[in-house]
Design a protein. Structure first.
Length: 206
Protein backbone atom coordinates (compact mmCIF):
# COMPACT_ATOMS: atom_id res chain seq x y z
CA UNK A 1 0.00 0.00 0.00
CA UNK A 2 2.90 2.36 0.62
CA UNK A 3 4.00 2.01 -3.02
CA UNK A 4 0.49 2.78 -4.23
CA UNK A 5 0.46 5.84 -1.99
CA UNK A 6 3.60 7.06 -3.75
CA UNK A 7 1.86 6.76 -7.13
CA UNK A 8 -1.14 8.65 -5.74
CA UNK A 9 1.19 11.41 -4.52
CA UNK A 10 2.65 11.68 -8.02
CA UNK A 11 -0.85 12.22 -9.39
CA UNK A 12 -1.54 14.92 -6.82
CA UNK A 13 1.81 16.59 -7.56
CA UNK A 14 0.99 16.68 -11.26
CA UNK A 15 -2.38 18.29 -10.59
CA UNK A 16 -0.82 20.95 -8.34
CA UNK A 17 1.93 21.74 -10.86
CA UNK A 18 -0.70 22.12 -13.56
CA UNK A 19 -2.73 24.46 -11.37
CA UNK A 20 0.16 26.79 -10.62
CA UNK A 21 1.16 26.84 -14.28
CA UNK A 22 4.46 24.97 -14.15
CA UNK A 23 3.10 22.15 -16.32
CA UNK A 24 0.95 22.40 -19.42
CA UNK A 25 -1.00 19.95 -21.56
CA UNK A 26 1.89 19.58 -23.99
CA UNK A 27 4.11 18.31 -21.17
CA UNK A 28 1.55 15.65 -20.34
CA UNK A 29 1.41 14.53 -23.99
CA UNK A 30 5.18 14.12 -24.08
CA UNK A 31 5.26 12.20 -20.81
CA UNK A 32 2.45 9.93 -22.02
CA UNK A 33 4.42 9.16 -25.19
CA UNK A 34 7.46 8.20 -23.13
CA UNK A 35 5.38 5.95 -20.90
CA UNK A 36 3.49 4.31 -23.79
CA UNK A 37 6.48 3.86 -26.10
CA UNK A 38 9.21 3.08 -23.59
CA UNK A 39 7.91 2.29 -20.11
CA UNK A 40 5.00 -0.04 -20.85
CA UNK A 41 6.80 -2.15 -23.50
CA UNK A 42 9.74 -2.66 -21.16
CA UNK A 43 7.39 -3.60 -18.32
CA UNK A 44 5.42 -6.05 -20.50
CA UNK A 45 8.52 -7.71 -21.98
CA UNK A 46 10.00 -8.14 -18.52
CA UNK A 47 6.75 -9.66 -17.27
CA UNK A 48 6.43 -12.10 -20.17
CA UNK A 49 9.94 -13.38 -19.50
CA UNK A 50 8.86 -14.44 -16.02
CA UNK A 51 5.64 -16.22 -17.03
CA UNK A 52 5.65 -19.78 -15.65
CA UNK A 53 5.11 -22.58 -18.15
CA UNK A 54 1.77 -23.84 -16.88
CA UNK A 55 -1.06 -25.29 -19.01
CA UNK A 56 -3.57 -23.57 -16.75
CA UNK A 57 -2.43 -20.17 -18.00
CA UNK A 58 -4.23 -20.84 -21.29
CA UNK A 59 -7.48 -20.34 -19.40
CA UNK A 60 -6.62 -16.66 -18.81
CA UNK A 61 -6.84 -15.42 -22.44
CA UNK A 62 -9.83 -17.72 -23.01
CA UNK A 63 -11.58 -16.18 -20.01
CA UNK A 64 -10.91 -12.70 -21.41
CA UNK A 65 -12.58 -13.68 -24.68
CA UNK A 66 -15.53 -15.18 -22.80
CA UNK A 67 -15.99 -12.02 -20.73
CA UNK A 68 -15.97 -9.82 -23.83
CA UNK A 69 -18.49 -12.00 -25.64
CA UNK A 70 -20.88 -12.12 -22.69
CA UNK A 71 -20.68 -8.37 -22.12
CA UNK A 72 -21.14 -7.71 -25.85
CA UNK A 73 -24.31 -9.82 -25.98
CA UNK A 74 -25.71 -8.08 -22.90
CA UNK A 75 -24.91 -4.67 -24.38
CA UNK A 76 -26.62 -5.58 -27.67
CA UNK A 77 -29.73 -6.77 -25.79
CA UNK A 78 -29.76 -3.57 -23.75
CA UNK A 79 -29.49 -1.45 -26.89
CA UNK A 80 -32.42 -3.33 -28.42
CA UNK A 81 -34.56 -2.89 -25.29
CA UNK A 82 -33.78 0.83 -25.19
CA UNK A 83 -34.55 1.23 -28.89
CA UNK A 84 -31.23 2.86 -29.65
CA UNK A 85 -30.33 3.88 -33.17
CA UNK A 86 -27.75 1.81 -35.02
CA UNK A 87 -24.77 4.14 -34.36
CA UNK A 88 -25.66 4.49 -30.68
CA UNK A 89 -26.12 0.74 -30.30
CA UNK A 90 -22.74 0.15 -31.92
CA UNK A 91 -21.08 2.63 -29.59
CA UNK A 92 -22.62 0.88 -26.59
CA UNK A 93 -21.55 -2.61 -27.71
CA UNK A 94 -18.01 -1.63 -28.69
CA UNK A 95 -17.45 0.41 -25.52
CA UNK A 96 -18.73 -2.43 -23.34
CA UNK A 97 -16.49 -5.04 -24.97
CA UNK A 98 -13.30 -2.98 -25.03
CA UNK A 99 -11.00 -3.44 -22.03
CA UNK A 100 -8.12 -0.99 -21.73
CA UNK A 101 -5.86 -2.83 -19.31
CA UNK A 102 -2.61 -1.06 -20.14
CA UNK A 103 -3.28 1.57 -17.48
CA UNK A 104 -3.56 -1.01 -14.71
CA UNK A 105 -0.26 -2.76 -15.44
CA UNK A 106 1.86 -0.44 -13.25
CA UNK A 107 -0.61 -0.70 -10.37
CA UNK A 108 -0.72 -4.50 -10.59
CA UNK A 109 3.06 -4.61 -10.63
CA UNK A 110 3.38 -2.35 -7.59
CA UNK A 111 0.57 -3.97 -5.61
CA UNK A 112 1.10 -7.71 -6.27
CA UNK A 113 4.48 -8.08 -7.89
CA UNK A 114 5.86 -9.39 -11.18
CA UNK A 115 4.04 -12.72 -11.12
CA UNK A 116 0.63 -11.03 -10.92
CA UNK A 117 1.65 -8.69 -13.73
CA UNK A 118 2.69 -11.68 -15.87
CA UNK A 119 -0.73 -13.26 -15.42
CA UNK A 120 -2.44 -9.96 -16.20
CA UNK A 121 -0.44 -9.65 -19.43
CA UNK A 122 -1.46 -13.18 -20.46
CA UNK A 123 -5.09 -12.33 -19.72
CA UNK A 124 -4.77 -9.16 -21.81
CA UNK A 125 -3.50 -11.22 -24.77
CA UNK A 126 -6.99 -12.63 -25.30
CA UNK A 127 -8.44 -9.16 -24.89
CA UNK A 128 -6.06 -7.69 -27.47
CA UNK A 129 -6.68 -10.35 -30.11
CA UNK A 130 -10.46 -10.06 -29.69
CA UNK A 131 -10.33 -6.29 -29.96
CA UNK A 132 -8.20 -6.34 -33.10
CA UNK A 133 -10.59 -8.78 -34.79
CA UNK A 134 -14.14 -9.07 -33.48
CA UNK A 135 -14.55 -5.64 -31.88
CA UNK A 136 -13.20 -3.82 -34.94
CA UNK A 137 -15.46 -5.93 -37.16
CA UNK A 138 -18.51 -5.00 -35.06
CA UNK A 139 -17.54 -1.34 -35.13
CA UNK A 140 -17.37 -1.44 -38.93
CA UNK A 141 -20.70 -3.26 -39.23
CA UNK A 142 -22.53 -0.92 -36.88
CA UNK A 143 -20.99 2.03 -38.70
CA UNK A 144 -22.56 0.98 -42.01
CA UNK A 145 -25.90 2.46 -42.92
CA UNK A 146 -28.90 0.16 -42.95
CA UNK A 147 -30.57 -0.18 -46.40
CA UNK A 148 -33.71 1.49 -45.05
CA UNK A 149 -31.64 4.43 -43.77
CA UNK A 150 -29.89 4.71 -47.14
CA UNK A 151 -33.25 4.80 -48.95
CA UNK A 152 -34.55 7.44 -46.54
CA UNK A 153 -31.45 9.58 -47.03
CA UNK A 154 -31.75 9.26 -50.82
CA UNK A 155 -35.42 10.26 -50.67
CA UNK A 156 -34.65 13.30 -48.55
CA UNK A 157 -31.86 14.26 -50.94
CA UNK A 158 -34.23 13.87 -53.89
CA UNK A 159 -36.88 16.11 -52.31
CA UNK A 160 -34.24 18.71 -51.56
CA UNK A 161 -33.03 18.60 -55.16
CA UNK A 162 -36.54 19.07 -56.51
CA UNK A 163 -37.02 22.03 -54.21
CA UNK A 164 -33.85 23.62 -55.54
CA UNK A 165 -34.99 23.13 -59.13
CA UNK A 166 -38.42 24.53 -58.35
CA UNK A 167 -37.04 27.71 -56.79
CA UNK A 168 -34.19 28.24 -59.25
CA UNK A 169 -36.52 29.52 -62.02
CA UNK A 170 -38.14 32.14 -59.82
CA UNK A 171 -41.90 32.74 -59.35
CA UNK A 172 -42.62 29.02 -59.55
CA UNK A 173 -40.99 28.46 -62.97
CA UNK A 174 -39.39 25.11 -63.70
CA UNK A 175 -36.45 24.24 -65.90
CA UNK A 176 -36.72 21.96 -68.89
CA UNK A 177 -34.36 19.05 -69.56
CA UNK A 178 -31.70 21.33 -71.05
CA UNK A 179 -31.72 23.51 -67.97
CA UNK A 180 -33.53 26.36 -69.75
CA UNK A 181 -36.79 28.01 -68.81
CA UNK A 182 -39.71 27.10 -71.10
CA UNK A 183 -41.07 30.63 -70.67
CA UNK A 184 -39.42 32.71 -73.36
CA UNK A 185 -38.77 36.33 -72.79
CA UNK A 186 -40.86 38.83 -74.76
CA UNK A 187 -38.81 39.92 -77.83
CA UNK A 188 -40.35 43.37 -77.68
CA UNK A 189 -38.97 43.85 -74.19
CA UNK A 190 -35.39 43.54 -75.40
CA UNK A 191 -35.65 45.06 -78.92
CA UNK A 192 -34.79 48.71 -79.57
CA UNK A 193 -37.76 51.15 -79.59
CA UNK A 194 -39.06 52.40 -82.95
CA UNK A 195 -38.01 55.96 -83.88
CA UNK A 196 -40.59 58.67 -83.32
CA UNK A 197 -42.01 60.80 -86.22
CA UNK A 198 -40.05 63.83 -85.03
CA UNK A 199 -36.84 61.89 -85.25
CA UNK A 200 -37.72 60.87 -88.83
CA UNK A 201 -38.32 64.53 -89.81
CA UNK A 202 -34.97 65.57 -88.28
CA UNK A 203 -33.16 62.86 -90.22
CA UNK A 204 -34.86 63.89 -93.47
CA UNK A 205 -33.91 67.52 -92.87
CA UNK A 206 -30.27 66.59 -92.28
Amino acid sequence: MAKLAVIALLFVAGILLRRIGWLEARHGVRMLRIVANVGLPALIIGAIGGVPREPGLLALPASAVAVMLIVGVLAAMTARLLGLARPSAGALVVSAMAMNLAFVFPFVFVAWGPEALARTVVFDAGNAVTQWTLVYFLAARYGERHPAEQASAAEIHGHGRQGELGHSGGCGRRLDRRGESPLRADPSATSAPAPSPAAKVNRATI
